[in-house]
Ligand binder design. Structure first.
Ligand code: PLP
Length: 376
């Protein structure tokens, strides 16, 4: 750091320059994030100094967090769920697995494992490392949902949790959560649902899926307001059916205004909490449904246009994620990048992956299809 600070003007012009180097979301089809809703941005800025790590100082923000847990819980089948606003799907998944690991450790279990689908987000690789749990990966069926028979085969005496994904990162697929719930019920095993992406999509789809607390065996859910919930980054949410799991996460907090803390991080911004509260209250279920409807309509438009060129999806999209097959997908991805698009590819089966987030418009899809026609 320099001895003397620089002028505001100089700094502002530098910041503008840096901002211009960042991409806008205009041609980004690879991300599960989007522009936050303007009401979320407004609320975020109003609560920049709020720290929920010491929530006794910020009772206004804390009340919004408590209400949010009720609102998001109700959306996912249980308005009496318990939890907190995390930094995202990674923290929520870590905390769910840490809660059941701590519970089982207290019961005397030493070597523990969890079973996740092969399509699980890489946060489970971090979990394996951080929590010293073996993560067993179950194979998939033809539609890229976890194969429940393979899950059942992997269960042993040291299995402490099964994980189902409601909206897989790569394919946007929903695992057969009802079948996983039956297995969890019969084996008396904790069932965590990773709905980081799907939690704000599935309740608003035309088709109905059982994936949330309305299934008795579902113990916890991750759901991210900073993905399809139109909030600011970082906003995730971890929900537990049973309040005691929060106690399994708690540590004593001497010298703060509260006696204990169950979040993974200490100092915790209240700004994304205010942002999430504001946008969910402002949009309501109708507003979120309209956003999902629009994304799904554009998803269908994209798939229709691709099929007309003889390009087919790996699975018919269940939500607003499209994966397209090409014999030489890396070449296609590179050619699209050269035209300014940001796309990604899946691992297995290898395909072009496109996420149709709320920043995507009809014009975007038309432009994209036009470029696809030229590079395919
Ligand atoms: N779980 C799923 C299904 C995801 O798609 C993602 C991110 O894309 C995560 C977890 C991790 O979320 P975050 O990056 O917010 O930590």
């Amino acid at each position: 750091m320099e001895e003397r600070g620089i002028s505001k003007e100089e700094l502002k012009s530098f910041l503008k320059e840096q901002k211009q180097k960042d991409l806008t979301y205009r041609k980004v089809l690879s991300s599960m994030c989007t522009y936050p809703h303007e009401i979320a941005a407004y609320a975020h800025n109003l609560f920049l100094d709020s720290n929920l790590g010491d929530s006794g100082l910020f009772p206004g923000t804390k009340a919004m967090e408590d209400e949010l847990i009720r609102i998001i819980g109700a959306l996912l089948g249980n308005e009496n769920a318990h939890g907190y606003i995390s930094t995202g799907g990674t923290e929520s998944n870590i905390q769910a697995m840490r809660a059941i690991r701590n519970r089982k450790r207290k019961e005397g279990l030493q070597q523990m494992n969890i079973i996740v689908p092969k399509t699980a987000h890489f946060s489970f690789d971090k979990i394996e490392d951080l929590l010293c749990l073996e993560v067993k990966k179950a194979g998939l069926d033809d539609e890229l949902r976890v194969d429940v028979n393979l899950v059942e085969e992997l269960i042993d005496d040291n299995t402490i949790s099964i994980v189902g994904i409601a909206g897989t990162t790569e394919f946007g697929q929903i695992d057969p959560i009802k079948e996983l719930a039956d297995i969890a019920n019969n084996s008396d095993i904790f069932l965590h649902i990773d709905a980081a992406f799907g939690g704000f999509v599935i309740p608003f789809l035309d088709a109905e899926y059982q994936f949330d607390f309305s299934l008795d065996a579902v113990s916890s859910i991750s759901v991210d307001p900073h993905k399809m919930g139109m909030s600011t980054i970082p906003a995730g949410c971890i929900l537990f059916r049973d309040e005691l799991y929060l106690a399994d996460l708690a540590v004593d907090t001497p010298y703060l205004t509260t006696n204990e803390q169950c979040s993974l991080i200490g100092t915790r911004s209240g700004a994304p909490v205010a942002a999430t509260y504001a946008v969910l209250k402002y949009l309501g279920r109708d507003g979120l449904r309209a956003i999902v409807d629009n994304c799904m309509q554009l998803t269908r438009m994209l798939v229709h246009g691709a099929k007309a060129m003889g390009i087919y999806p790996v699975i018919e999209p269940v939500m607003n994620v499209v994966t397209l097959r090409f014999p030489d997908v890396d070449r296609v991805a590179k050619a699209l990048e050269a035209r300014g698009w940001r796309v990604s590819t899946t691992r297995a089966p290898k395909a072009l992956r496109l996420v149709i987030m709320p920043h995507v418009t009809e014009d975007t899809i038309e432009m994209f299809l036009n470029d696809l026609e030229n590079v395919k």
